[in-house]
Design a protein. Structure first.
Length: 94
């Protein structure tokens, strides 16, 4: 976790959070936009699915991609919130 991300997390909760589960309703907007609107810090760089910085784990629910991400996934549950939206209520681990 880089220093910028740690500082963001510390400012948000007062301490470093390594994992957090977030439930989100279905929406047509990009998940990264929804997270940012709710002041939930999320790492991002390219915002187009190339770099993989915004990779999160999908715990439950269904998503769709506006454009297929090009970054490699590590697990089957990995999603890229910069180019995905929720089809159903979802739960993410970030």
């Amino acid at each position: 976790m880089d220093l910028k991300y740690r500082q963001l997390r510390q400012g948000w909760r007062g301490y470093v959070v390594s994992k957090m589960n977030i439930a989100l309703p279905p929406t047509q907007e990009l998940l990264i936009t929804t997270l940012e609107k709710h002041n939930i810090p999320i790492e991002s760089q390219c915002r187009q699915g190339f770099c993989g910085a915004c990779r999160c784990q999908l715990i439950r629910g269904e998503i769709t991609y506006t454009t297929p991400p090009l970054a490699a996934t590590v697990n089957d549950n990995d999603i890229f919130v910069c180019c995905a939206s929720a089809l159903t209520e979802i739960e993410l681990s970030i």
